[in-house]
Ligand binder design. Structure first.
Ligand code: GLY
Ligand code: MN
Ligand code: MN
Length: 486
């Protein structure tokens, strides 16, 4: 049997690039000489990343740490997805956008550099960023590879530019191999985060260091929410002319994405544009449906800034501009659950208790609607949970560089963790009644509602980063009316 071969991301079967020396000479000559000053499109706030590196360094004083940005991922054959660096790399370097495939951030214990043999003196690290420099313009490495060469992918910033932007020493990637062989005898562990394998403790530490956002991170999230509001407003303006149009969900997705691209790096996750019954499918992302008069549109979308911080907002909008009686009943329960969760979200309470507070309201609301036909105590007991049939997701998740941020943090620090000022997370209860759910009265079937806000814990409570995006039903209706009349 033939051995299976690794798929080659090549275009060999159709490439017609000439290979002669004369062609190489022709392609590499007569280019103007530019100064080496290709700026980064995105300049990070370097002192914030420096402070984060210091904290990580303190967690592993003896160890060599390697954080790989990652490589481009193949979409099919020789076409890649847009590159997205690992969030730990982004957090520790401050680099955003698509910087930089193949890059590696190394933390080397300082005493190693100073040749101390006494491990007790290992107390800090020197950081170096290893980056593949752009290839020489005078060789065929200028134009041959569609994946790596300047001719295809554009000029990239020089190592010096990366150094200026990040404040980290930058060296060519080719030097990393030899450096890794050095000092092994006097180092603690070598821990890494890479696509091939990652050290659990390092992953945990990087995630936990992101649980509390610094002022730069919060500012980025504020900006992301602000632009997300603009995206929602563009969507609302378009609703009347898209109602009853084929694939109007797709059109809505495009309208939101246009704002995200114009003002940031793009969307932070696949937008959920769920009209009518689609809203009861939690991960509806096909977005091929039609907006119908009288139904609801659940839009879950967030703009990701160039820094890669993303918003994550849901609003449930009446397509005709006003909620029906039944829609409003469901909406009011979800809003009450959200408001209860807001009151629970303050320093000293656990993250998990925010969910518990919301679920109590959801369960009681279902009892009041005569859908849940057991007592509140039974539903909330360990062997209960029946109300989860109609809201089977968590009320909150941390938010930041990843939509579901800090996912590698330990349970003790995440769900059982105590809320602290600077933590940013979502509050997003919902109720979802599928069209064929025989436990639900007919008038409620096919209704799905979620209200999702992004909040930051303050010294004495919580601040809703998305408070400018209307969420009370009367405010939603008047917001839509104003946008439709202007
Ligand atoms: N949009 C994904 C979420 O809300 O968690
Ligand atoms: Mn969310
Ligand atoms: Mn969401």
């Amino acid at each position: 049997m033939e051995k299976s071969k690794k798929p080659k991301p090549s275009s060999k079967s159709r490439s017609r690039q000439p290979g002669s020396a004369a062609f190489a000479e022709f392609m590499t000559s007569n280019w103007e000489n530019h100064p080496d000053n290709q700026a980064l499109d995105f300049i990070p706030e370097k002192q914030f990343a420096a402070a984060r590196r210091k904290k990580l360094s303190q967690r592993f004083p003896h160890d060599r740490l390697l954080i790989f940005a990652g490589e481009t991922k193949v979409r099919a054959n020789d076409i890649d997805y847009k590159f997205r660096p690992h969030s730990a790399f982004v957090h520790m370097t401050g680099l955003g956008m698509d910087y930089e495939p193949g890059a590696v951030l190394m933390f080397e214990p300082v005493s190693v550099r100073q040749n101390y043999k006494d491990k007790k003196k290992l107390h800090t690290h020197m950081c170096t960023l290893y980056i593949e420099p752009m290839k020489d313009r005078t060789t065929d490495e200028f134009y041959k590879s569609a994946k790596y060469d300047e001719f295809w992918i554009g000029k990239k910033p020089s190592l010096q530019m990366f150094e200026i932007a990040t404040g980290i020493r930058v060296l060519p990637k080719s030097e990393l191999k030899d450096v890794l062989k050095k000092n092994i005898d006097i180092l603690g562990k070598t821990r890494m985060i890479s696509e091939e394998s990652s050290d659990e403790k390092l992953l945990e530490a990087c995630a936990e260091l992101r649980l509390v956002k610094d002022s730069w991170g919060i500012k980025q999230l504020e900006n992301a929410v602000k632009v997300t509001k603009e995206g929602f407003e563009d969507v609302i303006r378009a609703i009347p002319k898209l109602t009853e149009q084929p694939r109007s969900e797709k059109a809505i997705e495009g309208i939101f994405a246009a704002k995200a691209l114009a003002k940031g790096n793009g969307v932070g996750y696949e937008s959920i544009v769920a009209s009518g019954e689609h809203a009861t499918t939690l991960h509806w992302m096909r977005n091929t449906g039609v907006l119908h008069r009288g139904e609801l549109l659940l839009l879950d979308a967030g703009v990701e800034m160039d820094s890669l911080y993303t918003a994550d907002i849901t609003r449930t909008l009446p397509i005709s501009g006003e909620f029906t009686h039944c829609q409003r009943k469901v909406y009011d329960i979800v809003l009450q659950a959200a408001n209860t969760a807001f009151r629970q979200a303050r320093p000293g309470n656990t993250f998990g208790s925010v969910h518990d507070a919301a679920m109590r309201v959801i369960a009681q609301g279902l009892i009041d609607l005569n859908i849940l036909k057991i007592s509140l105590e039974e539903a909330l007991s360990e062997n209960g949970g029946q109300h989860r049939r109609w809201m089977c997701h968590g009320t909150s998740h941390h938010l930041g560089l990843d939509c579901h941020d800090c996912a590698d943090a330990r349970r003790s620090e995440y769900i059982d963790g105590i809320l602290e000022p600077g933590m940013v997370f979502t509050i997003e209860p919902g109720l979802y009644f599928k069209h064929d759910d025989m436990l639900v009265p007919r008038e409620f079937r096919g209704i799905g509602v979620r209200i999702e806000d992004d909040v930051v814990i303050t010294d004495d409570g919580v601040r809703n980063l998305s408070e400018e995006i209307p969420r009370n039903p009367e405010h939603v209706e008047s917001w839509m009316k104003i946008l439709w009349s202007s």
